[in-house]
Design a protein around this ligand. Sequence first.
Ligand SMILES: Nc1nc2c(ncn2[C@@H]2O[C@H](COP(=O)(O)OP(=O)(O)OP(=O)(O)O)[C@@H](O)[C@H]2O)c(=O)[nH]1
Ligand SMILES: [Mg+2]
Length: 457
Amino acid sequence: MTDTIAAIATPPGSGGIGVIRISGPRAFDIAARLFSKTKHGPQKGSPFESHRVYHGYIFGKNKQVIDEVLLIPMKGPSSYTAEDVVEIQAHSGTIVLRTLLEEILSQGARLSEPGEFTKRAFLNQRIDLTQAEAVADIITAKSASALKFAASQNLGALKRQIQELREKLIAFLSLLEVSIDFPDDVDPFEPDQQSMDMIADVLETCRGFVQQHEDACFLKEGIRITICGAPNVGKSSLMNRLVRQDRSIVTAIPGTTRDPIEEGLNIEGIPFVIADTAGIHHTDDLVEIIGIEKAKDHIIASDLVLFLKEPGTAFSDKEFETVVPLGKKTIFVVNKIDLSDGELPRLPEKYQHIPQMAISALLNKGIQQLKEKIVSISLGQLDMERSSVIPNLRHKRALEQTIDSLEAVKKGLISNPVEELLAIDIKNSIDSLGTITGETASLDILDAIFSNFCIGK
Ligand SMILES: Nc1nc2c(ncn2[C@@H]2O[C@H](COP(=O)(O)OP(=O)(O)OP(=O)(O)O)[C@@H](O)[C@H]2O)c(=O)[nH]1
Ligand SMILES: [Mg+2]
């Protein structure tokens, strides 16, 4: 039998309300011992009705009111953990919540571990592992798009798709096993077109998921953009325009920015981390040399480069190629067009595919168009409307194992199928898919996932 756990579910500090959550077989009993609808103190034999909101008071040991609260009892399995749960909405303040929690613990509840409420929901099969992970993703979502994918996963979108694949493989495995176990009663297993198509189909779906992870993992951490170019072209001015604050120092003196300066930025609900860097040129100044090295490191690590120029300067292949590695996503940005006739420099044939934008950071011209270009280039192939789930790194690793096992099955089916060997590879693929949803996840995996949660979730 499980014990009863309790924790403060809202973040520390003062606020409108603070919530304490109790879950387990004694949740209702503990609440009844401390709560009363009147100021006279808890009465014996007044059970709660599930899923109702009670207004009343929580009493301490000396029969003194600790706080006026709203109390919500929820009988399992219709609760977050699928156990009996009581949520107490009290005034939010560190002392009042701690005092309430201590009273609850003194009645026999245990302080929950990080993620233990969600872990119980998983162990009681109310949610699968992908949904549990989505809870953490919802809490830490840094952008509207990351939240959208986490919410969809929380509703079971990834779970359903993985289960579908597993069921197809399990049906195939059972055919194989019948033929292995009862060789005299059934015809020997023969690979047919249908099985080959099914394996190819599952393989393709798994590969699609892995690609989806690669295309979209930046949504969690932010797409890294580096602004670079020669000194004084207006890199810091552009940075300040994009983040809408005076983040970088702007002066007319070339060589103003030394250390790279980073700032988070949200465009159309997508998270970016943008870096302003030192102007790249030939110099003997030691500090500048270090700044330029750091700028180059940033460029290498970034997903997109904004390569700035001033109007009227010819495009130099050499200048560009020494700064930006081959194949890096780039936008050429011509700044200070307020000082020119707006004509853009001609690009050599090999760079015709790289977009050019004209802006004036000083006068805020072309910034909106540049933002739109940044979004469209960064998202590339990812179809935000059609995609419903994005596997995380753990899912991706499991999918890669599934792909390896299914490749072995495919080879076996084509060459010389040995039923026993096929069965082993199919089983492996079923197991690796099962680690995603939690059907076959080891205790280590569970611990690793839930220890990343906060206490009270
Ligand atoms: N006319 C005009 N001046 C600009 C524009 N953008 C920046 N400037 C000016 O250009 C000068 C340099 O701007 P910064 O933003 O400091 O340039 P930077 O590329 O960061 O310079 P370093 O950090 O020294 O490499 C400042 O005097 C800015 O006011 C623009 O769009 N038009
Ligand atoms: Mg600067």
